[in-house]
Design a protein around this ligand. Structure first.
Ligand code: SF4
Ligand code: SF4
Length: 346
């Protein structure tokens, strides 16, 4: 991997050069402590240092909330289809390590057969620039528990603040070409030393936030399927679906065919769905496999730590804390995990 240096005083020209090539989005403060990924034109618009995870994760660019995936037209007596894939070039600046892990999870799912060309086409055209957090965003985060607090691939460029400069990691050909275009100097020994000092401080700050050894998670989930915890959580939950909408690794969707009034053409639209909605598991004939909120909550948490682990060998929780931060019923993921662990041990 190649390493370069970007002086903080040059960050604006970095953004402006990038903007000449493609649309650039980055975390922007909207009100109080609420941040969103939004289009920017200069470095002044960006909140890189103080931002807590954005309301919606960057998944909104890889898999929009509502997306036309096919147009269809009547030709004679038959309908013909035209698959719609986006090739819009986009750069996302300032993605934190937890959200990089979220994109990696989606990438695994949508590369699994049958592959999802809509996601993959967007992914191919998105230039990802990650940025490292050196302090905790807030008390909801559990990134160290799931090991998503450190960079682990999934970016074109990645930056770590080492004082008056950013230490820049290059991970792709496209990233390298952009760094060469900017003529960024190579990192020297002194820069590596600064990086090590920054990392040492980070290691002292970031500790396993739920005090459960991640090797024990599998066993805890094996033993907790019939726990009374799910009844307790189900009693509080109001089934709003916010926790899944804001989750960087939730990808369930619904499909709808909209036929035009002329009955000759239409669109197939997919939009985000939520396993927390009562209708989600309802099937033809009226059967509902998860009618109770307790079962839906259990399903959500098992999807993050058990089912995904069994299938893909990784947790689908990145510890971003969004589900807890957004929950109007104050259902806190870390509390659920701690209770599960205590119940299994005693
Ligand atoms: S955000 Fe909270 S109340 Fe809403 S569905 Fe999720 S757990 Fe239930
Ligand atoms: S389950 Fe909650 S903490 Fe984990 S990735 Fe999803 S929103 Fe973030």
């Amino acid at each position: 991997m190649k390493h370069h240096i970007l002086k903080k005083s040059n960050i604006d020209s970095f953004i402006k050069e990038l903007s000449k090539k493609m649309k650039v989005v980055a975390p922007v403060k909207k009100w109080q402590n609420n941040f969103v990924f939004d289009e920017i034109n200069s470095a002044e618009d960006i909140s890189t240092d103080d931002y807590i995870p954005t309301i919606l994760p960057p998944k909104k660019y890889f898999m929009p909330q509502r997306e036309v995936i096919m147009n269809f037209f009547k030709k004679g007596k038959e309908f013909e289809e035209e698959i719609v894939v986006s090739k819009e070039k986009l750069a996302i600046f300032g993605i934190r390590t937890c959200d990089l892990a979220g994109i990696q999870c989606l990438n695994i799912v949508f590369n699994d057969k049958p592959i999802d060309i809509h996601f993959l086409s967007r992914k191919e055209n998105i230039f990802i620039i990650g940025i490292e957090c050196l302090k905790y965003c807030d008390e909801y985060a559990s990134c160290c528990f799931v090991n998503s607090h450190l960079p682990n691939g999934g970016y074109d460029l990645f930056m770590t603040d080492i004082g008056d400069s950013y230490f820049v990691y290059i991970n792709t050909q496209e990233g390298e070409e952009f760094v060469e275009h900017l003529k960024l100097p190579k990192a020297i020994n002194q820069d590596f030393q600064k990086l090590e000092e920054v990392r040492a401080k980070k290691r002292a700050t970031f500790k396993n936030e739920v005090n459960i050894d991640s090797n024990e998670v599998s066993e805890i989930f094996e033993k907790s399927y019939n726990s009374k915890i799910w009844e307790e959580v189900g009693e509080k939950c109001v089934s709003c679906g916010n926790c899944t909408n804001v989750c960087p690794t939730c990808y369930c969707f619904d499909m709808e065919d909209k036929l035009d009034f002329n009955l000759k053409e239409g669109k197939r639209i997919r939009s985000w769905d939520s396993c927390q909605f009562e209708t989600f598991a309802k099937v033809a004939g009226g059967e509902n496999f998860r009618e109770e909120r307790a079962l839906r909550q259990r399903h959500r948490v098992y999807r993050k730590f058990k089912f995904s682990y069994d299938k893909f060998n990784r947790f689908f929780c990145t510890g971003c804390g969004r589900c807890s931060r957004t929950c109007m019923a104050n259902i806190l993921l870390k509390d659920i995990l701690v209770k599960m662990s205590e119940e299994v041990k005693f």
